[in-house]
Write a protein that binds this ligand. Structure first.
Ligand code: ADP
Ligand code: MG
Length: 259
């Protein structure tokens, strides 16, 4: 693991700034299925919000609407005060401000690790190759895989590939990072190295919205837990309060199954 990641030194500083992501009255259907039901959610600058809920409750759909990977039927979503257009050049530019890390790493298999990380910055941020490589190496250092820079994705472990995927998102200097079950596809022994990078980001003040079943991460890094069921936000609380005394029956039932 990279020496540049901060040590585990107790509770996170609770520094909450202006809103970065704002969702107001968001509704979404897939055909007859009402998958997001009047979602109202704000993620403030520097805040780490963990989204929990049973499979099929709408967690992935919710975070995918934030960078328009999914459209919405009604309501508004803004990122740093701006509504994302539904298509075009402006969408590509604003999308770059929203980093996304998926369960499957989605790296470009025919490009080296360093190329995976420099592609976006040269194309979208218009950095020169040399500038992008300099920044790229620093970011790979930060996630602990700088020594793999010249290799190809298939030559890396799953944990290393997911750390590269995080680096690739960071290289675009996002205002917020969205994670959708980033450790679910990993072999158990590789989960921690990815969570460590995420905790490091949280400690450095990155704004994060994270769907995960890793309760350890939620307890350690989240400022707030959002519990979803059947397309609705049922409950929001600080992790300690949520895990020790959830207020809804649905959250109690969910926790009794996973803890
Ligand atoms: P979660 O991430 O909480 O498991 P999802 O957001 O993936 O939930 O899915 C919520 C619901 O929407 C599920 O019932 C799922 O089957 C359905 N769904 C998700 N994506 C699509 C799609 N592209 N078309 C139709 N139904 C979908
Ligand atoms: Mg999902």
């Amino acid at each position: 693991m990279s020496a540049s990641l901060p040590e585990d030194t107790g509770p996170l500083p609770h520094r909450i700034g202006e809103p970065i992501v704002t969702m107001e009255h968001v509704q979404k259907h897939f055909g007859d299925l009402h998958v997001l039901r009047d979602i109202n959610l704000e993620v403030a600058k520097g805040e780490v919000v963990v989204v929990l809920g049973p499979s099929g409750s709408g967690k992935s759909t919710l975070i995918r609407t934030i960078n328009r990977l999914e459209t919405i039927d009604s309501g508004t979503i803004t990122v740093d005060g701006k509504e994302l257009p539904s298509e075009g050049k402006e969408l590509a530019r604003l999308r770059a401000e929203v980093g996304m890390v998926f369960q499957s790493f989605n790296l470009f298999s025919h490009k080296s690790i360093l190329e995976n990380v420099t592609l976006g910055p040269t194309k979208v941020r218009k950095l020169s190759k040399a500038e992008a490589e300099k920044e790229g190496m620093q970011i790979l250092e930060r996630v602990g895989v700088a020594n793999q820079a010249q290799k190809y994705p298939a030559q890396l472990s799953g944990g290393q590939q997911q750390r590269v995927a995080i680096a690739r998102a960071l290289a675009m200097k996002p205002k917020v990072m969205l994670f959708d079950e980033p450790t679910s596809a990993l072999d158990p022994e590789m989960v921690q190295e990815v969570l460590d990078v995420m905790v490091g980001l949280a400690r450095q003040g990155m704004t994060m919205l994270v769907v995960t079943h890793e309760m350890g991460f939620a307890r350690k890094a989240a400022n707030r837990v959002v519990f979803m069921d059947e397309g609705q936000i049922i409950e929001e609380a600080e992790p300690q309060a949520f895990f020790t005394s959830p207020t809804s029956d649905r959250a109690r039932d969910f926790l009794s199954k996973i803890l």
